[in-house]
Structures are given as structure tokens and as C-alpha cells.
Design a protein around this ligand. Structure first.
Ligand code: GRG
Length: 294
């Protein structure tokens, strides 16, 4: 059973993240089982990436938004997991030789190194497609909620969302780009799925259009701050991933980049405070996203 935390102020955020992360992992494990079929490698490949220890921040944001809005947490769990299915597909494809060509992800060899490039393409395709099937088949959601979730997921992961961001990012490699172009890339590449995760909570909890709009703005802001901190962490770790690429640190410098993330965080929290319910849980998670060390 998913536990609600009525008194968000009193909660221990680490145990909130741990216990919700565990619930998400269990559901993901159930949604994508090993299958004894002639093409079992498809499921093994998908599970290799899906169950390889991501932070699960996006699905946790869906559950936290649902909780803040006093929605049905059980009904939020599978939709939350579909965000992670899409996130995992994007990481698998991003690591391919034709994209970022990375050998390691989450401390393990990338999927195409362990299986093959074609297995990695197909495992990513499977996770992407399957996300929509999971929503369509969910017995705890109304028909209206399913359509709304599918629309939000398709838009934010699609050609005016994450895929657009990825294409702009690839085209920006080895080119001089300015800050507003970088912001546009990350608004789509990273921000769109984080915003969808928050909007998912609003849909499950049947929030009003006004409340949903405020939460979406909060999602866009924390997605922006999350990406800046991603660049700051890569820079501090001397990561190869940013070599030759424009980042918030290369354009603003380390200190200014960090300062910008904190300014965006505080704007996002002000916006959140305008809501008529206790939003402490989302406030604490937003701090966590910006203060994280990995
Ligand atoms: C291939 C269509 C397509 C899109 C790829 C998400 C993405 C777009 C690329 C990943 C490259 C990257 C490092 C993006 C920066 C921000 C980001 C999404 C980081 C990874 O997310 P975390 O930190 O990762 O939540 P974990 O491993 O914890 O899930």
C-alpha cells in the first residue's frame, strides 16, 4: 500500500524518496517481467536498463503531486511508472553510437554494449510504445483520465517536446549557441518530461485547470533548475559528456550557473505557494532536485 504523508512538514524526505522509489521499482518489475518467449531478449534488454538503479525522480514527482492534491495514490502508480518507461527509452537511445555514443550509464555498460545496437533500438521502441498501452489498460483510471494522460505524454515526449530537444541538442554540438538556444533545448529535452510528470499527478487527482496550470509552471521551472544542476555536477565531476558542448556552466560560469538554479528554484516555490493547499512535499522535493549530488 502506498502511504500518504498528511503532515508533509514532519516527513523525512529521504525515507519518502526511498519508500516511493521502492514502490515504483516493484511496479516497474511487474509491468516489464521476464517472458519465456522466443524473443525473450527483448524483455531482458528492457529490464537491464529499466531496473538499473535510476533515481526515479520523475515518477516520485507524479506521486507527490497526486498526494499534495489528495488524489488516489494507487491510481497514480502505473501512470507514474510510464514516465520512467519513457525516460529509460530516451536514455537507451541517447547512448547509441548515432547519438551521444556513451559506453556507461548509471555506472554500468550501456545497453548496446551488453546486447547490440539493434537490441537497444528495439528495447527503447518497446518501452516507448508500451507506456501508452499501460495507460490505456489501467483499470483504476477513467476514460477521460486515460485520454488526458496519453495526450500529455505524447506531446511532452514527442516532436514538440523531448524529441525536439534531442534533435536541437545534436545539431548544437560543436556549434556556438547562445543562452536562449540552450534554454530552448533543455526546456524540451529535460523539462518537458518533468513537467509531464507533475501534470500526470494533476490529471490523476482531477485538479482544476487553474491549479494544473500553476503546477505545470512549477514543473517547467524545476525542470530548468534540474538541468542547470546536471551541468554543474557534470562540470564538477569533469564528465566527458559535456566536452565540446555548450552547457550552463560553459556559458555562465560555475558560480553564476549555480546562482541561476537557486533563483529559478525560489521563483518556482513562490509560484507553488499561491496554491490553496499544503504544498510542502513538492517544495521539499524541489529543494532536493537542486541540492542533489548525483
Ligand atoms: C533519445 C528522444 C531521445 C531523447 C533523449 C533524456 C535525454 C533525451 C537524454 C539524456 C541525456 C542527458 C544526460 C540529459 C540531461 C538531463 C537528464 C535527463 C539526466 C538524466 O536524468 P536523471 O538524473 O537520471 O533523472 P537517472 O539515471 O537517475 O534516471
Amino acid at each position: 500500500m502506498l502511504q500518504s504523508n498528511k503532515r508533509s512538514n514532519a516527513i523525512d524526505l529521504d525515507s519518502y524518496i526511498q519508500s516511493n522509489g521502492d514502490q515504483i521499482n516493484q511496479r516497474l518489475n511487474k509491468l516489464v517481467p521476464d517472458r519465456n518467449v522466443p524473443y525473450s531478449q527483448l524483455f531482458q534488454a528492457a529490464r537491464y536498463s529499466l531496473l538499473s538503479g535510476g533515481k526515479r525522480l520523475r515518477p516520485i514527482l507524479t506521486l507527490a503531486t497526486t498526494e499534495v492534491l489528495e488524489g488516489n495514490l494507487e491510481a497514480a502508480l502505473s501512470p507514474a511508472c510510464t514516465i520512467e518507461l519513457i525516460h529509460t527509452y530516451s536514455l537507451i537511445h541517447d547512448d547509441l553510437p548515432c547519438m551521444d555514443d556513451d559506453d556507461y550509464r548509471r555506472g554500468k555498460p550501456t545497453l548496446h554494449k551488453v546486447f547490440s545496437e539493434s537490441h537497444a533500438v528495439l528495447a527503447g521502441d518497446f518501452l516507448l510504445t508500451y507506456a501508452f498501452e499501460v495507460i490505456a489498460d489501467d483499470p483504476l483510471l477513467s476514460a477521460e483520465q486515460k485520454v488526458a494522460l496519453i495526450r500529455v505524454l505524447a506531446k511532452n515526449a514527442g516532436g514538440i517536446g523531448m524529441i525536439a530537444g534531442q534533435l536541437m541538442d545534436l545539431e548544437a554540438e560543436k556549434k556556438q549557441i547562445d543562452l536562449s538556444t540552450l534554454q530552448l533545448i533543455h526546456k524540451n529535452k529535460t523539462g518537458a518530461l518533468i513537467t509531464a510528470a507533475i501534470e500526470f499527478g494533476a490529471i490523476v487527482a482531477n485538479a482544476s485547470p487553474e491549479i494544473t496550470e500553476t503546477l505545470k509552471q512549477f514543473g517547467r521551472d524545476i525542470g530548468h533548475a534540474f538541468q542547470i544542476i546536471d551541468d554543474v555536477l557534470d562540470d564538477k565531476e569533469g564528465s566527458d559528456l559535456t566536452k565540446g558542448k555548450a552547457t550552463y556552466v560553459s556559458l555562465l560560469g560555475l558560480e553564476k550557473a549555480q546562482e541561476t538554479a537557486y533563483t529559478i528554484l525560489s521563483q518556482s516555490l513562490k509560484n507553488l505557494e499561491s496554491l490553496p493547499m499544503d504544498t510542502t512535499l513538492l517544495n521539499r522535493l524541489a529543494h532536493h532536485l537542486v541540492n542533489r549530488d548525483n
